[in-house]
Write a protein that binds this ligand. Sequence first.
Ligand code: SF4
Ligand code: SF4
Length: 295
Amino acid sequence: MILAIASGKGGTGKTTVSVNLARVFGPGVQLLDCDVEEPNDHLFLMGVPRGEETVFIPVPQVDESLCDGCGECGRFCEYHAIVSFGATALVFPEMCHGCGGCANVCPKKAIRERGQRIGVVETMESGNVTLIQGRLDVGAAMSPPLVRAVKARLRDGPPAILDAPPGTSCPVIATLRGADHVVLVTEPTPFGLHDLRLAVEMVRELRIPFGVVVNRVGIGDDRVRVYCGTEGIPILLEIPDDRRIAEAYSRGELVVEALPEYIALFVKLRDAVLKRAAADRHESGRTASSIASRS
Ligand code: SF4
Ligand code: SF4
């Protein structure tokens, strides 16, 4: 099962949920820190390094002796990373997503590709958790290819938790694609509700089953709870606003280790997610067989 932890904005407790859930998930769990601009799961897990791989994306290089400036490449590139200029084409490597499309459409075969480094993927072991994290190079702008490189290290079989970047932009979509279930972490405040609505729109668009974790319950108001009730969104867990959790976080400690009374809370979340994922599988299997029996 692949579970993604996401939130409509930063600072809601997404990291807290990811690392503590991973710790109680059982043996062999994979935790992928896809927040490649600011990976911080490692601060709480203190893992033993097991390897580092450099990630490159293929960026076009134009051979001016072959290029006639026809502009096919620029018309193809939706990111405006290559444009024809006079009798040749100019490349803006920092905007290139490395899709290879321009080289394919070039009628003169004037485009070669060179590898451009964007960051690294690091692997660590911490008790029951294998942590795989991406780290985007300073100055590199393209995080989705690095997110995909992190996810490419996912092993089939053992459960996986994907810690998504905050927000609802491309790197988040790149993280969530292929997930079986999403947990949206929010806070019971007007800002939390605003960003939760955006996140809900996103996962509905992606058609991934999801539930909500409300963090710091006790602050704010009950509008998140009312919204979830109205929308039929399950609240999988409520984490109280406990100053000791914030203190453990500031010391880089796992809540389930600093405050063992919270182990049951995260086990409850794990069980709720596993139960819902099993129900989703059953439901999709039932739908597939009913479609098959109708055809
Ligand atoms: S498609 Fe090829 S020939 Fe045409 S402008 Fe681009 S690089 Fe030059
Ligand atoms: S590789 Fe893709 S993103 Fe990069 S310039 Fe070519 S078409 Fe654009």
